[in-house]
Unconditional design. Structure first.
Length: 249
């Protein structure tokens, strides 16, 4: 059994959106050090690794060994969206259910959701020695993806000594954005070797949705290898992996 409390219910909603944007169901591990989840999306081409340390909570109590609970995160998100300004959120396990209690002033509202019997999640993260790391502005990267979505369904990311570029080719038009190092869009870059890979745009859009507008996103690239994306939201760390599209001649 476990119980943890968030001083502002909306903070937990914002953090878990990073999970919901990619998967509907998953196993949340509640341990002494905090919350952890690793899962593949339904298409099996993307992975999310989510961790939220106990320090991010107002109160936190978890068992040893960690509790592992299967949850419908899409349903959880709908409930969390009912949070009201100033409410605290208390989440606890009650046998085969998880209770979400919103506490505001003299009023309490509680929802109970079932614990699901789900298969084990992804066992480990991909092992890739990336050749380039690009730190980009969250807001600018989101805008770039919106531009790209006007043209096609796949996007090519390239990092080199010259800078960072985004390229899309569609049936009737093309899009190219080039940013120099240490620009407003590209905050920092480390490149040991030029890296270029193509990815499904829809997955990238889903992965960046939860990133705060004023924050930064780290992109780790290697030619034709999985992309690693990471950022922080409301005290939680989110890491995504996305398989590339390989062109066959």
């Amino acid at each position: 059994m476990f119980k943890f409390t968030v001083g502002d219910a909306w903070r937990y909603k914002n953090a878990t959106d990073a999970i919901v944007n990619l998967i509907d169901e998953g196993i949340l591990e509640v341990g002494k050090e905090g919350l952890f989840l690793r899962a593949m999306d339904p298409s099996q081409i993307a992975m999310v690794s989510f961790s939220m340390p106990k320090g991010a909570f107002a109160e936190y109590d978890a068992p040893t060994p960690p509790a592992k609970v299967g949850l419908d995160f899409s349903n959880l998100s709908k409930i969390l969206s009912r949070a009201r300004d100033g409410e605290r959120l208390e989440i606890s396990q009650l046998e085969n259910k998880v209770q979400l209690k919103f506490i505001g002033g003299r009023r309490k509202r509680s929802f109970k959701v079932p614990v699901l019997d789900l298969p084990a999640g992804a066992s480990k993260e991909p092992s890739v020695q990336h050749d380039a790391t690009v730190k980009v502005s969250s807001s600018h990267f989101k805008e770039s993806l919106r531009d790209a979505s006007l043209v096609g369904s796949h996007i090519t990311l390239e990092a080199s000594e010259e800078g960072f570029s985004i390229e899309v080719h569609g049936d009737s038009s093309d899009f190219l954005e080039e940013s120099e190092k240490q620009s407003e869009e590209v905050i920092e870059m480390k490149v040991s070797q030029k890296a270029r890979a193509t990815f499904p745009l829809q997955h990238l859009e889903d992965m960046v949705k939860a990133a705060p507008e004023s924050s930064s996103i780290l992109l780790h690239l290697k030619t034709d290898k999985p992309l690693k994306m990471e950022y922080e939201v409301e005290g939680a760390k989110v890491v995504y992996y996305l398989a590339p599209r390989i062109e066959i001649d």
